[in-house]
Write a protein of this length. Structure first.
Length: 117
């Protein structure tokens, strides 16, 4: 199969094809709020909630146990796992306010930078 290179324009189409619709449609064509909701499975936006930019890092030796407990409590309380996690976070914060732990803080060493002058 040979290509007629003289009939190809700089835009990649054939001559005289400028009035034609592009071959490929944009991925955002026909994208409506209803389409997004149906794709994400959410009928309504969650109001009154905000995501925070913190990540909870679990110790590897306890992660399985912690995740199983969250799942078990979610099933027992008929709650979402995220709601159980939020409940634990709020109870933990309240506990810290009521009875703060005694922690000895070691001063961090201040880095010594070389003299660059």
């Amino acid at each position: 199969m040979s290509v007629d290179w003289d009939s190809i324009t700089q835009s990649g189409g054939k001559k005289g094809g400028k009035d034609k619709k592009p071959q490929f449609r944009s991925v955002t064509d026909g994208l409506t709020p209803e389409t997004v909701r149906s794709a994400t499975g959410r009928e309504k936006a969650q109001k009154g909630r905000r995501q925070y930019p913190l990540t909870t890092r679990l110790p590897i030796e306890l992660s399985g146990e912690i995740l199983e407990k969250i799942k078990r409590y979610a099933d027992e309380l008929n709650m979402a796992q995220n709601d159980v996690q939020l409940l634990c976070l709020m109870r933990g914060l309240n506990s810290l306010e009521d009875n703060p732990p005694k922690v000895e803080i070691e001063p961090k060493a201040k880095p010594v930078l070389p003299d660059l002058s």
